[in-house]
Design a protein around this ligand. Structure first.
Ligand code: MRU
Length: 343
């Protein structure tokens, strides 16, 4: 049962306001690039592939009422919108990838009229959304082959339908593995609790046996209950396989290595950044201190205490057993293997 994270409705984008889950399943409307920027920045829509789709639609919303009559002025309006949307969040490669796709398409069709270009951009956004569902299914199939019968799987953050068009990456592996999954352990994923709020919501809807743990329980879980695989998503993967994902992913990779548990990253081609040689080049978003000082709306510390709140960390490729992509599984990822599979 996939979710419809983001959809086009007549003249606007509708997306699930993920800040309200699991208490409320509510769609909100985005009618302008600014609405979309706000939705991305404030995590109404989140997860790398979903942010990419949102970005493509945001580009359309930003230029649909452009009064430009000629390519040059239209392109200037598009560039402005794209630059603006690109400031919403810095880490997920998919946002920049989708914006580049839109820009590239317009550049290739400079001979077309402005109304035609607008139509092409909207069709491109629809295409990115549809393609995401196809890609996520493929990731699920390829990843499921790595899961052994009766597996206990640990996941982090939310790499499910809500983080994509509707099917998920890491969660697609879990759902495609079906009966081979004995139980999924979901990290709560402080500070924003994507695991507790979103992954648990998705998995229980799917009928997957699910256990929620606090992030600091993962070592004991591996030691005492046994985990057969860790499966996570990714926000940006450098050309050597170093992977940025939700803060706390690196901890899990270190623990998995110590406990000899396979550590899998599930991600589409659009998450790879082949222009970056390694993880040190990935820009890591730092978010507001209030996210750490509070749980829900309650302050849980001394108000105003100094806080460090990086939203992502980088797992070195040497800790990754395999990266599962729609194009194939890259075992013990390195620059050469990544280039071969993705080209
Ligand atoms: O800050 P978020 O919620 O956007 O972070 C999301 C993640 O880190 C996901 O694990 C990642 O985007 C993979 S989504 C398939």
């Amino acid at each position: 049962m996939s979710v419809e994270t983001i959809r086009w409705k007549k003249d606007r984008v509708e997306l699930i306001d993920q800040r309200l889950l699991p208490a409320k399943l509510r769609y909100i409307s985005c009618r302008s690039a600014r609405d979309m920027w706000e939705a991305i920045r404030h995590l109404k829509v989140r997860g790398a592939p979903a942010i990419g789709i949102a970005g493509a639609y945001g580009a359309y919303l930003g230029v649909r009422s452009s009064r430009a009559a000629k390519y040059r002025t239209f392109k200037r309006d598009l560039d402005r919108t794209v630059e603006y949307l690109a400031t919403a969040r810095p880490t997920a490669r998919n946002l920049f990838w989708a914006l580049e796709e839109v820009t590239g398409l317009v550049e290739q069709n400079r001979d077309k009229s402005v109304p035609e270009l607008k139509k092409l951009i909207l069709e491109k956004a629809h295409g990115i959304l549809e393609e995401d569902n196809r890609i996520c299914r493929l990731i699920g199939e390829k990843g499921a082959a790595l899961i052994k019968p009766s597996s206990r799987v640990l996941t982090h953050c939310n790499a499910g339908g809500l983080a994509t068009a509707g099917h998920g990456t890491a969660v697609s592996v879990i759902t495609a593995a079906g009966k081979k999954i004995q139980r999924v352990y979901a990290d709560e994923t402080r500070p924003v609790l994507q695991g507790a709020r979103l992954t648990v919501w998705e998995l229980t809807r799917e009928g997957v046996p699910t256990t929620l743990i606090c992030d600091n329980m993962a070592a004991s879980l591996m030691d005492q209950k046994g985990i057969d695989a860790v499966v996570v998503g990714a926000d940006r993967i450098a050309s050597n396989g170093d992977t940025a994902n939700k803060i706390g992913t690196y901890n899990l990779a270190v623990l998995a290595s110590y406990h000899k548990v396979p550590f899998y990253v599930a991600a589409p081609f659009s998450t790879f950044d082949l222009a970056i040689p390694d993880g040190s080049g990935i820009s890591i978003e730092e978010r507001a201190p209030e996210e750490v000082r509070t749980v829900g709306s309650s302050c849980v510390t001394v108000p105003g205490v100094d806080v460090w709140n990086p939203a992502f960390d980088v797992t070195p490729s040497k800790l990754i057993t395999a990266i599962i992509t729609e194009k194939g599984v890259i075992r013990a990822p390195d620059r050469k293997k990544i280039k071969k599979v993705l080209s």
